[in-house]
Design a binder for this molecule. Structure first.
Ligand code: PEP
Length: 252
């Protein structure tokens, strides 16, 4: 793993102020493993509290609007995330794509808005099971990626990619290591095609049912620079093993 590992916990629509001690426990663990960059995307309601409470974990938004401000009831913009202390934002998560009908051009606009506001951006892509079964996973994800990538000069250093097969999210099912490696290599090739040599420095995270039991293996895949973790990031006990697996790879 050539790039600094990046382990990000996506809390989705989970957590209240009563859960903050869990985030503080994750922060203490992250402090013990500085070779690993650790982030959490809490629900918006906990963002400021986590920014105040955590010092070793970066805090991000799970989504943002593509516009900076305006008549968009219920939405939150990238500059507002910055104002709340967020350091990064997830865009194009499969739950946004498939449950809220967001497509590639919107993911790209949100990624560009995040970068323009000064946030790190994790752009998520991933195939549905039917495309995997049809043998078209790499083709599908590569097309999705190229259509979603932000085109903002000089900002790609703040971009990461989350490869998350839709069928692996929250299901306990994971692709084979060979399939993860093949997809991450294809994503790397596409990033270099689009951005030139800077594409080699963009971290590519695997996401989908990562746990402390499978993290070491998945993080050993080709071009796997970290993990995007849902369910197993909700408790310090479950998340710790994933952070430690990433740290062990740096030391290996
Ligand atoms: C996610 O939501 O990004 C995710 C990877 O979830 P889980 O780890 O629960 O599969």
């Amino acid at each position: 793993m050539a790039l600094r590992p990046y382990i990000v916990g996506n809390w989705k629509m989970n957590g209240t102020r009563a859960t903050l001690p869990e985030a503080r426990a994750i922060d203490r663990i992250a402090g013990r493993f500085p070779s690993v960059e650790v982030g959490i995307t809490p629900p918006f309601t906990l963002l400021s509290a986590m920014v105040n409470d955590l010092s070793h974990v970066s805090v991000g938004g799970q989504n943002c609007h593509a516009e900076a401000a305006g008549a968009f009831t219920g939405e939150i913009s990238a500059p507002m995330l910055v104002d709340a202390g967020a350091q990064f934002v997830l865009v194009g998560h499969s739950e946004r794509r498939w449950k809220f009908g967001e497509g590639d051009s919107l993911a790209r606009a949100k990624a560009e808005a995040g970068l323009a506001a000064g946030l790190g951006v994790i752009l998520c892509v991933g195939e549905r099971e039917e495309m995997r079964l049809a043998g078209r996973a790499v083709e599908t994800v590569t097309a999705q990626l190229k259509a979603s990538l932000p085109r903002v000069d000089g900002m790609v250093g703040h971009l990461s990619i989350g490869y998350e097969p839709v069928w692996a999210i929250g299901t306990g099912r994971v692709p084979t290591l060979a399939d993860v490696s093949a997809m991450h290599r294809a994503i790397r090739t596409a990033l270099i095609e689009v951005y030139g040599p800077a594409g080699a420095r963009i971290r590519i995270l695997y996401g989908g049912s990562v746990t402390s039991a499978n993290a070491a293996e998945l993080l050993g895949g080709d071009e796997v620079d970290g993990a995007l973790v849902g369910g197993a990031s909700l408790t310090a006990e479950a998340f710790a093993g994933i952070i430690m697996a990433a740290a062990a790879r740096v030391e290996a």
